[in-house]
Design a protein around this ligand. Structure first.
Ligand SMILES: C[S@@+](CC[C@H](N)C(=O)[O-])C[C@H]1O[C@@H](n2cnc3c(N)ncnc32)[C@H](O)[C@@H]1O
Length: 179
């Protein structure tokens, strides 16, 4: 996905995906095409609660950086926005995309979400979009999220959930689990 988004997903991605998920049209129109091109979120974490000016926000699995961009616009210059992602290519792409957008309060770290490289009680809001389902260590991940959230902080995430057991052939297919 970091290299090309063509033909890899069963659901709308890129700009069409963000439009369909109800992101603020102002952010969609003002984000650079490269920020939007590799967006592959499955929902809109910002629809679940406001990000206040000055907020500290962590995005788990930031991908190409569109949600970091939106969080940074909402948190403003006095806010602090951090992203972590497991994939080197995504980290490089997000850093490049965000540097081009001129926002200065964002940092992106190459690390797996099961070990979040921030102190306890750091973030007002943790967001994530289409990532937690990919983690093989969900218990550790949720423990880490609640460790870095401030007391009364909020976790706002969108994800893929199973509503019933998968049939045998699909259940054994890594491709099915990742698309
Ligand atoms: C479906 S994409 C979603 C990307 C981004 N949130 C978006 O909405 O465009 C999944 C992302 O999660 C990252 N990822 C997968 N497993 C991860 C893990 N255990 N820790 C951190 N990032 C992970 C991938 O590298 C990829 O960038």
């Amino acid at each position: 996905m970091a290299l090309s988004s063509e033909g890899k997903f069963e659901y709308p991605t890129g700009r069409a995906g963000a439009e369909g998920l109800g992101y603020d049209p102002v952010f969609i129109s003002e984000a650079s095409p490269s920020l939007l091109k590799s967006f592959c979120g499955v929902g809109n974490p910002f629809s679940l609660g406001a990000i206040e000016p000055g907020a500290t926000v962590l995005d788990i699995g930031n991908g190409a950086g569109f949600d970091l961009y939106v969080a940074s616009r909402l948190a403003g210059e006095t806010g602090r926005v951090c992203g972590i992602d497991l994939t080197r290519e995504m980290v490089d792409l997000a850093r490049q995309n965000l540097a081009e957008s001129g926002l200065t309060n964002i940092e992106v770290t190459h690390v797996s979400s099961e070990k979040i490289p921030y102190d306890d009680n750091t973030f007002d809001t943790v967001i994530s979009n289409g990532v937690i389902n990919l983690s093989p260590c969900k218990q550790e991940l949720f423990q880490e999220i609640f460790r870095v959230l401030k007391k009364n902080g909020k976790l706002q995430f969108a994800d893929v959930v199973l509503e019933k057991e998968l049939p045998g052939a699909l259940a054994g297919s890594p491709e099915a689990w990742s698309q």
